[in-house]
Design a protein around this ligand. Structure first.
Ligand code: CP3
Length: 354
């Protein structure tokens, strides 16, 4: 069993950082596209056999150090009686549409384990089959809420911000409901065997800091505390996680997944010793750069983080669909063949002493 990822989350990792890639299961992989041609996305997300197959694809292809469950942050909306349709060129469209406070009261709250049992079945198979840890995940309540309200129209969160001003209290009731359903969903994933959780609150960093603290952070806090109480490591990601770094630190997660918009070095200093950092190669570089450019940027990150055992190599955001598979291979090879000079020396000294 390859434990490198879990070791890094405990600051026990030494020779090189682990690597996994956000949104690694899908999109850019030809084997994924072959399955995708025959099925709608929702069919794929609800079929345990397909979930298992797609989750394993990037592990078999590149030997990454962690797998992430093939699902979507919006699948939780099924437990509120909502349907999600991923429309090409538009994005996720959710119906029936939530337009008024009355519509919120009409939501049909379902039992999570029952509605999403195909996911726990897939997790049970995966934890037996995989030779590396499996990461479970959920969306941050604010981000899921924004998809629910915008439904296909992600134009700068206009509708969501309108609700913030016009109906803040019903909005908070809806955030509480999403948080409760998400807690059950995370518990279900953990009971089925996932070994770490990542919370994707992609859009919360697009709020003003005041609104972030009122409409995103309290719900993230409930989820982070909930996972920590279950003794499972928890990472938090947002598109501007480095902009609100102190606030994300306040949440007390195991780690923060950085978005790449701020230099790594000062963040490593701030996080020193207590917080795992994950990130933060630019997904555009991986998609459009040459293999040499990818390698040289990866080496830069590896060197900057070489004396930080709590570092996990990843991208600053999800991998883009047009990313060449050979660039991904070059990246993974670069990370896997790297040897940390400082830590290797410490390890040798420790083993000599021992
Ligand atoms: O490695 C993985 O891909 C694991 C599974 C995963 C998916 N979505 C599958 C998926 C994960 C972790 C997600 C997270 C997710 N989904 C986020 C948070 C991360 C981020 O990128 O900000 C968000 C905001 C979503 C919502 C979502 N799902 C959108 C906006 C879309 C359409 C556009 C897009 O990103 O592709 C999806 C569809 C979706 N979810 C696909 C996959 C593989 C696309 C599949 C396809 O088009 O074939």
């Amino acid at each position: 069993m390859n434990e490198r990822f879990l070791e890094a989350l405990r600051f026990e990792n030494t020779i090189r950082p682990p690597i996994w890639i956000m949104r690694q299961a899908g999109r850019y992989l030809p084997a994924y596209q072959q399955i995708r041609e025959k099925h709608s996305l929702i069919e794929m997300f609800e079929d345990p056999e397909i979930i298992v197959k797609v989750t394993k694809m990037p592990i078999d292809e590149f030997g990454l150090d962690a797998a992430i469950l093939f699902s979507d942050i919006l699948i939780i909306l099924k437990t509120l009686g909502q349907k999600v349709d991923f429309q090409p060129g538009i994005g996720p469209v959710i119906f029936p549409k939530i337009k008024t406070v009355e519509d919120i009261k009409q939501l049909q709250v379902e039992n999570v384990e029952k509605s999403l049992s195909f996911i726990s079945r897939a997790i049970r198979t995966l934890t037996q089959d995989l030779n590396c840890p499996l990461i479970g995940f959920c969306g941050g309540p604010f981000t899921v809420l924004s998809y629910l309200l915008e439904s296909g129209n992600t134009d700068k969160l206009k509708t969501t911000k309108r609700w913030i001003y016009e109906n803040p209290e019903p909005l908070k009731a809806l955030l509480n409901l999403l948080t409760e359903q998400t807690k059950s969903y995370l518990k279900m994933q953990i009971d089925a065997g996932v070994q770490a959780i990542q919370i994707f609150d992609s859009w919360s960093g697009c709020l003003s800091l005041t609104h972030f603290r009122e409409f995103a952070k309290p719900y993230l806090q409930i989820l982070v505390d909930f996972v920590k109480d279950l003794k499972i490591p928890v990472l938090v990601f947002s598109r501007h996680s480095s902009l609100y770094f102190e606030d994300f630190m306040d949440l007390g997660p195991t780690g923060i997944s950085l978005d790449g918009s701020y230099p790594l070095k000062p963040l490593l200093t701030k996080a020193q010793g207590s917080l795992v950092l994950q990130g933060d190669l630019d997904p555009e570089l991986l998609a459009f750069g040459s293999q040499d450019q990818v390698k040289s940027q990866a080496l830069k990150i590896l060197k900057i983080t070489s004396d930080y055992p709590g570092f996990v190599f990843n991208l600053g955001h999800g991998i883009l669909p047009m990313t060449p598979v050979e660039n991904v291979r070059a990246l993974v090879e670069t990370v896997k063949t790297f040897k940390r000079p400082g830590l290797t020396k410490q390890l040798l000294e420790a083993s000599n002493k021992g």
